[in-house]
Design a protein around this ligand. Sequence first.
Ligand SMILES: Cc1cc2nc3c(=O)[nH]c(=O)nc-3n(C[C@H](O)[C@H](O)[C@H](O)COP(=O)(O)OP(=O)(O)OC[C@H]3O[C@@H](n4cnc5c(N)ncnc54)[C@H](O)[C@@H]3O)c2cc1C
Length: 311
Amino acid sequence: MENLVIIGSGPAGHTAGIYAARANLKPLMFEWFMAWGVAAGGQLTTTTTIENFPGFPDGIDGTQLMMQMRQQNINSWTRIETKTVDKVDFQSQPFKIFVGNEIIETKSVIIATWATAKRMGMTGEKDFRQRGISACAICDGGLPMFRDQRIIIIGWGDVAMEEALHLTHFASEVVLLVRKDVLKASKAMQDKVTSNAKIKIMYNTEIQEAMGGNFLEKIRVLNNQTNETAEIECKGLFYAIGHTPNTDFLDGQLTLDETGYIITTPWTTKTNVEWVFAAGDVQDKKYRQAITSAWTGAMAALEAENYLSSK
Ligand SMILES: Cc1cc2nc3c(=O)[nH]c(=O)nc-3n(C[C@H](O)[C@H](O)[C@H](O)COP(=O)(O)OP(=O)(O)OC[C@H]3O[C@@H](n4cnc5c(N)ncnc54)[C@H](O)[C@@H]3O)c2cc1C
């Protein structure tokens, strides 16, 4: 019987692993080899330089950072198995973790299985992903390639407003594409955006294609009222159209919010099932950063340790 199984291998899972191993819990971690085309180290392996993770004054390559976290975990004696968890059974103790034909029994579990950014899927998207197209304005907006350039952002909710405002710190102009003729964001956020001289809003507008050479150079858009198309020159295209938390495999056994994120007790990583904890983007629809994921990963391991030693 395992003390602790950690499902997921991004900053949240690896930080949880390091803390749990150092508490002598002998954790067992599962990492998904290629989840929807993303390597086992998680979302940071899909990007280049990480400039906002403390301890690396010149930045660090995302894949390198994740390999270092993984090695630190192995050095701490976490057992890492490159296998996907297919389903779980949290109905009674010990919990059961189903991995292919194997069933692992465990006293406690940390879920750190991420949320993936939704994509538009238009022509050219794959060609310019991380070469002009990004789903994280907070992460990538400040990169030199976007400075004093026209940047497009797609979205209509509060996150899109926040990210459009963030991009105005770097861009010469921010163009917000909105599929409908209204914004869905709160009135206060709408006011901030509509009164910002650097932001231009194009309503009833849908993206059709991303174009360029080595990097993004322009996009083609469609006005869905007039059916007219237009090309807009730009160096950056950011998506703020939401994320999909990877919680389907839980099969309704944990309480989720209306968009599928795991609900945790505020300021803890406790879920509605005792001995099951959640860390990282899968329970965080607000910050979704490497450092905040690592933070909740550490919390989850400390809370699991507390449980295991007290009960
Ligand atoms: C393009 C891009 C650039 C970014 N840049 C930055 C940046 O510069 N700075 C920053 O702070 N943040 C950045 N982020 C955000 C950051 O990557 C995430 O906030 C962070 O990786 C979330 O960590 P996590 O551990 O919750 O999940 P992830 O890092 O996504 O890792 C989760 C892992 O769990 C595994 N997994 C999922 N389900 C299962 C399962 N059933 N069984 C086994 N394993 C499973 C997945 O394979 C995945 O590898 C960026 C994100 C993207 C997409």
